[in-house]
Design a protein around this ligand. Structure first.
Ligand code: HEC
Length: 129
């Protein structure tokens, strides 16, 4: 192959690869309305006092960034509308949400979970899925 052809083909491939990466990482903009409502629910109920997003927040509960990759939206909504007693001492019920709030909240968690973080935050060692 001649050098010029080789250079041209390489350039085209790099451009195609970069383009594919950028477009596949594009998040919906602006944030969908139901996700914005869910963010307000997250803030109003102070979920961050016990849970982290992207590793920031409280460590009482688990990180919620990728919860929808481990559980279905229906499971999470059911958990939040019919909350069980919580660890560590199982004396108090987990905070409860109205069904509408729980739906908005899962939209927010879906939006958060789609943000590319290169695997951050890592699963704690030995965490059960
Ligand atoms: C007082 C601390 C606290 C607050 C506030 C709190 N959580 Fe939790 N949450 C926990 C704990 C602890 C667990 C784990 C319960 C267990 O395993 O016994 C949990 C579990 C969960 C689970 C289930 C996780 C799984 O792996 O199935 C979800 C979903 C969840 N919380 C979401 C929320 C949301 C959304 C809010 C805000 C509305 C919230 N939490 C507020 C402490 C809290």
């Amino acid at each position: 192959m001649r050098l010029r052809t080789f250079a041209l083909v390489s350039l085209l491939l790099v451009a195609a690869f970069t383009g594919a990466n950028i477009t596949s990482w594009k998040l919906p903009y602006p944030m969908p309305e139901d996700a914005q409502e869910g963010k307000a629910v997250w803030q109003k109920h102070n979920c961050v006092s016990c849970h982290t997003l992207f590793g920031n927040g409280g460590y009482v509960g688990d990180d919620m960034t990728n919860i929808l990759k481990r559980r279905t939206a229906e499971d999470v909504q059911h958990y939040l509308t019919n909350p069980p007693v919580m660890r560590p001492n199982r004396e108090h019920l987990h905070p409860a949400l109205e069904p509408g709030e729980a739906e908005f909240l899962t939209s927010y968690l879906r939006f958060v979970g789609d943000i590319p973080t290169l695997g951050w935050p890592p699963e704690p060692r030995g965490a059960k899925q």
